[in-house]
Design a protein around this ligand. Sequence first.
Ligand SMILES: *[C@@H]1O[C@H](CO)[C@@H](O)[C@H](O)[C@H]1NC(C)=O
Length: 120
Amino acid sequence: MASSMSLKLTCVVVFCMVVGAPLAQGAISCGQITSALAPCIAYLKGNGAGSAPPACCNGIRSLNSAAKTTPDRQAACSCIKSAATGISGINYSTAAGLPGKCGINIPYKISPSTDCKSIK
Ligand SMILES: *[C@@H]1O[C@H](CO)[C@@H](O)[C@H](O)[C@H]1NC(C)=O
């Protein structure tokens, strides 16, 4: 009993290392991405009226300059997608227009249907 428990725990730990490794090698972590985008959440739940919060634009700008390589952009994309699907009430029309509101050109759309593997 006890030994089968510890075997399971070892499997979980190894799984996390294998899955987490590609992200950890990138320039930015998923945690950095979600905290950079945290000031955007209230705005993303709205109808996109008014200007985007400056803290939110700064977060997007710093992520965009940090994620320069294809693997980094793909990792950032999957991270943003999984974070966004965990938050209810996000208006994806507002999300798609957000970088433009901030005057930032990002190479992919923030949408649940974005295929992160297609990002170059
Ligand atoms: C979502 O955003 C779009 C444009 O940004 C707006 O026209 C629409 O009313 C919003 N929908 C909701 C439910 O707020």
